[in-house]
Ligand binder design. Structure first.
Ligand SMILES: *Cc1c(COP(=O)(O)O)cnc(C)c1O
Length: 959
């Protein structure tokens, strides 16, 4: 019998072009073989001569069987640990139609708003939900996790108060992992962090610019901090409050007592524990502070016809525009998870959420009653869902009993435990939990009726409905929900409909087989602070993936903790800082960054307290080595690092990379190589071997984790041995950082977004060494084919020495703009009429399009794209020839909606057919953009970032 991998090897499913197509493309390029093409593209001095040492590839059934074996080594316990992570039920209709639906998970960040209206609406629901529950005016579209949201809150408080004072107080009642992540972040920014008790908070002195409170406390108490907040505000101290969205259904929101910033995790709104992530964190603030807010923000604007339309608002705050002056380095966030949490609220509605919260609270109150009747002291008399219990000398016995029954509690110290209840707790769970304590007490607990008083202080009980927007009342039946989800998905273009040729973003296949294991309970229902013995499967997976990634990159050690590429940059730069410090060279704090760098690079350098010095590019787009030498000289003893992207954001393998690395090392600096473009290099060259000291990878680019419409992501940071001691510290089982580590944790969970690691693990094991190398080669082949074919119509801005590009190419629109006024944005919008998502626009060079086809697109799809681009070039000629004005041109008017075209009158200089069906194939397969071109500036001037009223939607917006 044939093995499946013989007649259908996975690699053939992953790679788009067939062997015949590959030959055809090579012929078109005038090259004999892939090897010959690689010889032209990858500089000889860095090219690998051996094959990667990776396990033999598995076929799909074998892969799933292997994943099942790993999964079975994880033990799914009943978790009452809490501490920011709670059991929850994802609504099944959402599980199947969103989390398991490529229309949602393969979408890109909604920069091209016209083709992203569905997910923008879902994010707007999330923002509205957060704003209403927290009682704040404006909420963003998600942050990476609760602890980093607290750190962002600290940074924002600092900016809001003018960066003149330097002490930040964090309440001792915050989650332990939050405090550790704050410590890491504060050190980089030069902020003095003080863990404060209630009295110290009250006495915050003149150097204090902000405080962080937790509500309810990590150990459960619901504390009335209104007087404290009032007193802090009177002293112009910014107040950040971390809170719990479920509790806020019953509690007065912090927004009502004057805090400036509210943060937290939306995990318990339907997103599985996942051994720590991914989950969406949220941040809400007062309207007055919105320009200081980090992360993305969805807002309402209008399109060219005056119809309401959504898009990202206030983008000038972001790193891709403000670079080191940006409000943060957040690029990839947690959009898919925010969508899931927002939909959870839409599904349950205000009554449903309140009922869930009330039930959780009632179970907790009954547990409190039972435990007290058994003689246990419950330390907190007020609570929502968490009890802090004195168990004295019985603690170890309790632990043993609980473990035997498959139960995890939070062991606070030798004499105390904490128990957090959640949505998933059943009567049977409750009885089992209670029985543990009955065994300890050797007696029966007193049963209580169902009418126990609330343990929420009267003054803190929420009055009225927490969610008031009609969107949360509109969905009643599953039929409603199913159609709502379908309607939203249909508005968007994701990889399930078209190639998304976004340069630098590597939108490649996210294979179904890679996705399947992530929702298995043995991966999904594990608490991040579960004891190590219970997570042997995860441990094996993490070890295997770490080993594979080290082999692929040529580095010696890796941390999978960072939740995005930018967080990986941050972690890598922290390692460099700590290394210099350990060598007694803490003055080495200048980071050289080429002018073409991604905006997150300077923003991350800034976050670790480095000063950025820009290195110029030469006429070929390469790092100008002469300028680099001048910069090295100027930085002198303060040279800390060079941060360089390779192959470069200009889409070429620079020949002099080894010289560049040597120059930096000779001057005492370290080389940070941004690994976002690793898709051009896997199996061909290894940064850890050709001169770099540290890199981050984007598992959501090169290693197949889907983009999810703007996250999740994983940005592992890989280092050579000398930097290994400075990888992010791990918050261990009970949340306390191992103090010996030089660098603290960068995110809340020990392994960041652990539950999506199986995707990258599976990809590598399905492809094997040969397959991965082929993927890189075909990515380069596809890019060069596009460059060759499109180069006749749009100049390719940069090529390497041999006239070839790497895995992406930059098409220059500037000559067209100079002649006609038509710019990159016009081309991007016109592509929507062809059913395409635009390439990356105006990065790294203004008015260019950066095209990255990836290895997953076949020749037919490349041809479809070429046809669209060539047709657009022809359309532009009408403007060039003076036949139509710029404003009236088909390109400037794009995209065209059905309602723009299906009118009885038509006065434009082109036909309706040309607008909708510029190429014949569209007649059979047409995507209709749901809105016309969106007016970004109008939306920023009239900022609305929550759902507008449903009826007569936006009448005033039209005016
Ligand atoms: C995508 C990208 C980043 C940032 O990664 P995120 O995961 O979005 O934070 C950094 N550098 C380059 C070159 C990139 O393309």
């Amino acid at each position: 019998m044939n093995q499946l991998h013989e007649y259908a090897p996975f690699v053939k499913r992953h790679i788009g072009p067939s062997e015949t197509e590959q030959k055809q493309m090579l012929n078109a390029l005038g090259v004999d073989s892939l090897q010959a093409l690689m010889a032209q593209v990858v500089p000889e001095q860095i090219r690998m001569t051996t094959s990667l040492d990776l396990p033999e590839p598995l076929d799909e059934p074998a892969m799933l069987a292997h994943m099942q074996q790993l999964a079975d080594r994880n033990q799914v316990f009943r978790h009452y640990i809490g501490q920011g992570y709670y059991g929850t039920h994802m609504p099944n209709v959402v599980l199947r139609n969103v989390l398991e639906n490529p229309a949602w998970y393969t979408a890109y960040t909604p920069y091209q708003a016209e083709i992203s209206q569905g997910r923008l609406e879902a994010i707007l629901n999330f923002q509205t939900m957060v704003a209403e529950l927290t009682g704040m005016e404006i909420a963003n579209a998600s942050l990476l996790d609760e602890a980093t949201a607290c750190a962002e809150g600290m940074g924002m408080a600092w900016r809001m108060t003018g960066q003149k004072r330097s002490t930040f107080l964090v309440s001792e009642h915050c989650h332990p992992q939050t405090i550790e992540v704050l410590r890491t972040r504060a050190k980089g920014l030069g902020i003095t962090l003080v863990v404060a008790d209630d009295a110290q908070l009250m006495q915050a002195d003149v150097d204090c610019f902000g405080v962080l409170l937790q509500y309810p406390h990590s150990l459960g108490r619901v504390c009335d901090d209104r007087a404290l907040v009032e007193s802090l505000k009177a002293r112009d101290i910014a107040v950040v409050c971390a809170t719990d969205l479920l509790a806020l259904n019953l509690l007065t929101p912090p927004g009502h007592w004057g805090v400036d910033i509210v943060v937290g995790s939306a995990q318990r709104f339907g997103v599985p524990l996942g051994y720590g992530g991914p989950h969406a964190a949220f941040m809400a603030c007062r309207d007055a502070h919105k320009r200081h807010m980090p992360g993305r923000l969805v807002g309402v604007s209008r399109d060219a016809t005056g119809a309401p339309a959504l898009r990202l608002a206030l983008q000038t705050r972001e790193q891709h525009i403000r670079r080191e002056k940006a409000t943060s380095n957040i690029c990839t966030a947690q959009v898919l998870l925010a969508v899931l949490a927002g939909l959870y609220a839409v599904w349950h509605g205000p009554q449903g959420l309140k009922a869930i919260a009330t039930r959780v609270h009632a179970f907790t109150a009954r547990l409190h009653h039972a435990l007290t009747s058994l003689g246990f002291e419950v330390v907190n008399s007020s609570y929502f869902d968490t009890l802090h219990i004195h168990t004295g000398e019985q603690t170890e016995r309790l632990r043993a009993l609980a473990l035997k029954q498959g139960i995890n509690l939070r062991y606070v110290d030798a004499a105390h435990v904490a128990i957090s209840l959640d949505e998933t707790v059943t009567q049977a769970d409750w009885t089992q939990l209670c029985a543990l304590f009955e065994t300890l007490a050797n007696t029966q607990a007193k049963q209580s009726g169902d009418t126990l008083d609330s343990a929420i202080p009267v003054a803190l009980r929420r009055e009225g409905a927490a969610l008031t927007h009609p969107i949360f009342e509109r969905i009643c039946s599953e039929t409603d929900m199913l159609r709502y989800l379908r309607r939203l998905a249909d508005m968007d273009l994701a990889l399930d409909r078209t190639m998304i040729p976004l340069g630098s973003c590597t939108m490649k296949l996210n294979a179904t087989v890679e996705m399947i294991p992530i929702t298995w309970p043995q991966f999904a229902n594990i608490h991040p602070f579960a004891p190590a013995e219970q997570v042997q499967g995860y441990a094996a997976l993490i070890e295997g993936l770490s080993r594979d990634l080290c082999e692929i990159t040529g580095y010696d050690a890796i941390s999978l903790q960072p939740n995005s590429g930018a967080q990986g940059e941050y972690a890598g730069l922290l390692a460099i800082r700590a290394f210099h410090e350990a060598n007694g060279q803490s003055e080495r704090n200048i980071c050289l960054i080429p002018s073409s760098a991604h905006g997150t690079n300077p923003a991350s350098a800034h976050m670790v307290g480095m000063d950025v010095m820009v290195v110029q590019a030469d006429a070929q787009g390469n790092v100008d080595v002469e300028d680099l030498k001048r910069c090295i000289e100027r930085a002198d003893e303060r040279l800390g690092a060079l941060m360089i992207t390779y192959p470069s954001t200009h889409g070429v393998f620079e020949q002099s990379i080894d010289t560049i690395c040597a120059l930096i090392h000779d001057a005492g600096g370290q080389v940070y190589l941004d690994g976002a473009n690793m898709n051009a290099m896997v199996g061909l060259a290894r940064p850890g071997k050709f001169g770099a000291d540290v890199s981050h990878l984007n598992l959501h680019k090169t290693f197949c984790i889907p983009h999810g419409g703007g996250g999740p992501g994983i940005g592992p940071v890989a280092v050579r041995a000398h930097l290994a001691p400075y990888l992010p510290g791990v918050v261990s089982e009970q949340g306390w950082c191992q103090k010996s580590q030089a660098v603290g944790p960068v995110s809340a969970a020990p392994f960041g977004s652990a539950s999506i690691l199986p995707i990258s693990y599976a990809y590598i094991r399905l492809m094997g060494a040969q397959g991965l190398r082929s993927a890189s080669e075909i990515a380069v082949l596809n890019a060069n084919y596009l460059a060759a074919r499109l180069g006749e119509h749009y100049p390719v801005l940069y090529t390497g020495q041999s006239g070839r590009v790497a895995h992406e190419c930059i098409l220059d629109i500037r000559p067209i703009k100079a002649q006609t006024g038509i710019d990159a944005q016009d081309v991007a919008k016109r592509l929507m009429d062809f059913g395409f998502h635009a390439p990356t626009m105006s990065f790294p060079v203004p008015d260019t399009l950066m095209v990255e086809p990836t290895e997953s697109e076949n020749l037919a799809e490349l041809e479809r794209f070429i046809e669209a681009m060539v047709t657009i070039r022809q359309e532009i000629r009408a403007v060039e020839a003076g036949e139509v004005s710029l404003e009236d041109s088909i390109v400037r008017q794009a995209p065209h909606t059905a309602s723009m075209l299906l009118t009885s009158e038509w006065t434009r200089p082109y036909s309706r057919e040309e607008a909708a069906f510029p190429v014949a194939s569209l007649r059979a397969n047409k995507y209709w953009p749901p809105v016309a071109r969106i007016d970004n500036a109008w939306g920023d001037r009239n900022l609305i970032c929550t759902c507008p009223p449903l009826q007569d939607d936006f009448e005033e917006i039209r005016s």
